[in-house]
Ligand binder design. Sequence first.
Ligand SMILES: Nc1ncnc2c1ncn2[C@@H]1O[C@H](COP(=O)(O)OP(=O)(O)OP(=O)(O)O)[C@@H](O)[C@H]1O
Ligand SMILES: [Mg+2]
Length: 252
Amino acid sequence: MEKLLSAESLCKTYILKGSSNNVLRGVDLEIGEGEFVCVMGPSGSGKSTLLYTISGMDAMTSGKVLFGDRDIAKLGKKELAKLRLNEMGFIFQQMYMLKKLCVLDNILMPGFQAGGDRAKVRERAEQLMRRLGIIECAEREITEISGGQLQRACLCRALINEPKIIFADEPTGALNSRAAEEVMRELTAANRTGTAVMMITHSVRVAAQSDRVLYLLDGDIRGELKLGKLENENELTKRERELNTWLMDRGW
Ligand SMILES: Nc1ncnc2c1ncn2[C@@H]1O[C@H](COP(=O)(O)OP(=O)(O)OP(=O)(O)O)[C@@H](O)[C@H]1O
Ligand SMILES: [Mg+2]
């Protein structure tokens, strides 16, 4: 598998009222092209911070992140924005949807910004919304839909430019099991066509569908479980059991 993304000795320190908090303490990791990786770990262990810094959304304190052969700390603002627009998709807890635009326009925006054919972008947006069951929300304001619908709208937007990788921070967190399955189905489908996924989740069932699980504790990766591609839905229960045992050994 070709390497897509890597972090070396990634550190992030927040300073609040004069005291510093070392949230990431030298994380090393690699994600391959088309790989599906889940990050698990207790609340406050640094998972979201890891996603923000590795994707260039937030600056790291020290260390190195390579996307392909590009060192993201060395990219200018414009180059980084272009990289994010064309090659990365984001589903974050604080969602960056524009309140002035309706749901559909929010989904279309990155597609138009990337200079895609407008009719094709629109068609793709509508197809994604239909598949995720939110087509009836298309013309509504962002504030007029539920948290779960908003989460699915974010997924549509993250997929619009067919990115190389999707960074997702608990994309199924606010969803009931059916909507969570729709989101997972869409992420898995994107993954099957070659999009890598780096996803934070607290759900064992969700993580059991990924290729590899990383366990983060106190800003360090304390273990990884290689599950391999899920080829057959029947294996899911067995994988869940394996992951559960592995997590329990780590004090989950
Ligand atoms: N912008 C910030 N400024 C200062 N401290 C922060 C900031 N963001 C996060 N932190 C602190 O960093 C630590 C890790 O936070 P982070 O959001 O990465 O945790 P997490 O693993 O994603 O937790 P959760 O599962 O609850 O989402 C926490 O102690 C948090 O309070
Ligand atoms: Mg978080």
